[in-house]
Design a protein around this ligand. Structure first.
Ligand code: F0G
Length: 469
């Protein structure tokens, strides 16, 4: 068992600390309130449109924002930049096979490249894809391939304070009901995500994965995994599920993946790199289809849009990211911030998940209706207060219903404060918490936003807003 873990248990009051020390730093600074007001207005109050130089503490995402280790950086110097058959590809293939257990590996430039390949390979027009809550790019690729996404997550996931320990679980009865309604032949696979991003980084239990697998086997339906944050999911299983306390994250990961037919991965998260992704499948026919397509859309099947050096850093990142001490300190930093906010009665989603704090904007701004974008408003106000960048995960992210053209009003209207891996310290977390408290104290006088521009797809990235008077 890891040292940090036993220390915590033995001494109660003794703290954990990160299993690394800092060797290189990047200076940051905060611009003035007047400058932040101008920057926010120029960005249409959309944090995706801010220049990063105008941001003090950047908690927009944990995607591609990790700090690489000295080993990963030395791996960058070992890039074999051959067009075909780079040594680094074989190292990457070996790392994925070792830690995730899948057979066939197709590299892609990032997660959505792999989502594209798997969606096009498996979905035919008119199909239904059940999943444990939508993710923006995942669902869009399923829709672009002609499918309809159906949410089959347990009801508790839609309640921001339900204390269920595995709020990412699939409600298998919902899958059964869908099979009854549309027929198993129109369901190519269940889209299962580890630590569900849009549900607040909530995990799926091993038991749920096992039961889902058994049911899907009985119906001839495949199970594909969004493995983007599976290390964190494995940590929660280790901590909360009976029989797993003595197993390593690596062992838990392998077992979980064994209940699935393959996975797509945004390596920019758990795998600790700034760019990269992969698709891994067991079925050689699916692998062949994906390899045929990867050369059209990404790059040759032995680099898929990544440089050799990127694949090397990724292969090393896979092995580093799965270490128990690393994952434990990562999740504990997120919890540290969550505890500060809970101590001040700031409404956040609970239990605190793996990669971020999700502030419940509906309870934060109960007077702002959902069509005046409470979570977008909170992201804008947090930036104005302290230069901290967060992300809207509410009605703007949910987009419009492609049939009716109406806003989709998700039950969860959240502002995500996302913690990059190995980048910020506890002092940064204190500054963020205090800024949220200041914004909370001014909540009654805060007004919502009006959307003044909206692109057709994934509108949250580029939509523009104005402050309501
Ligand atoms: N799946 C999940 C669960 C994700 O969180 C992401 C990206 C993707 C797939 C797509 O991967 O970005 O590498 O193309 N999430 C980022 C985020 C953007 O901020 O949560 P990608």
């Amino acid at each position: 068992m890891s040292d940090i873990k036993t220390m915590g248990q033995q001494f109660g009051r003794r703290s954990w600390a990160e299993p690394w020390k800092i060797k290189m730093v990047e200076p940051i600074h905060m611009i003035t309130r007047a400058e932040r007001e101008k920057a926010a207005a120029d960005a249409g109050y959309n944090t995706f449109l801010l220049r990063s130089e105008d941001v003090y503490i950047d908690l927009l995402t944990d995607s591609g924002t990790s700090a690489m280790s000295d080993r990963q950086w030395s791996g960058m110097m070992m890039g074999d930049e051959a067009y075909a058959g780079s040594r680094n590809f074989y190292n990457l293939e070996n790392a994925i096979q070792t830690y995730y257990g899948y057979k066939h590996i197709i590299p892609t430039h990032q997660g959505r490249g792999a989502e594209h390949l798997i969606s096009q390979a498996l979905i035919k027009k008119g199909d239904y894809i059940p999943g444990n809550m939508y993710f923006t790019t995942t669902r869009l690729h399923q829709e672009l391939a002609g499918g309809t996404f159906v949410d089959v997550i347990i009801d508790q996931a839609h309640d921001p304070i339900d204390p269920h320990l595995f709020k990412g679980n699939v409600d298998i009865d919902k899958v059964k009901a869908l099979v009854k309604k549309v027929g198993a032949e129109n369901i190519p696979y269940v889209s299962l995500a580890g630590t569900v991003n849009m549900a607040g980084g909530q995990p799926v239990s091993m038991q749920n994965a096992r039961e889902l697998r058994a049911y899907c086997d009985s119906q001839g339906i495949a199970v594909y995994l969004d493995a983007t944050r599976m290390y964190e999911n494995a940590f929660f299983i280790q901590e909360r599920e009976e029989g797993y306390a003595e197993k390593s994250i690596a062992e838990i990961l392998l077992e979980f993946c064994s209940y699935t037919d393959g996975a797509w991965m945004s390596a920019k998260k758990d795998n600790l790199v700034n760019i990269g992704g992969w698709l891994a499948v067991n079925d050689p026919k699916v692998a062949e289809q994906a390899r045929t397509m990867v050369v059209v859309y990404e790059g040759l099947h032995t680099y898929g849009g990544m440089a050799g050096r990127d694949m090397e850093a990724l292969a090393i990142g896979i092995a580093e990211g799965v270490q128990d001490d690393h994952v434990a300190s990562r999740v504990r930093q997120v919890r540290y911030l969550g505890k500060l906010l809970l101590d001040w009665d700031i409404p956040i989603m609970q239990p605190v998940g793996g990669h971020a704090i999700f502030v419940d904007a509906k309870r934060f701004y109960p007077h702002i209706p959902q069509d005046q974008f409470p979570s977008q408003t909170l992201a804008a106000q947090l930036y104005l207060d302290s230069g901290v960048r967060s992300m809207e995960r509410g009605v703007v992210s949910a987009g419009r219903n492609p049939e009716t053209g109406e806003h989709r009003y998700p039950a969860l209207e959240l502002t995500r404060i996302t913690i990059p891996r190995r980048v910020y310290t506890q002092a940064h977390m204190d500054v963020v918490a205090e800024s949220l408290k200041a914004v909370y104290d001014q909540r009654d006088s805060t007004k919502g936003l009006k959307m003044v521009y909206e692109p057709e797809y994934l509108r949250f990235f580029q939509a523009r807003f104005e402050l309501l008077d």
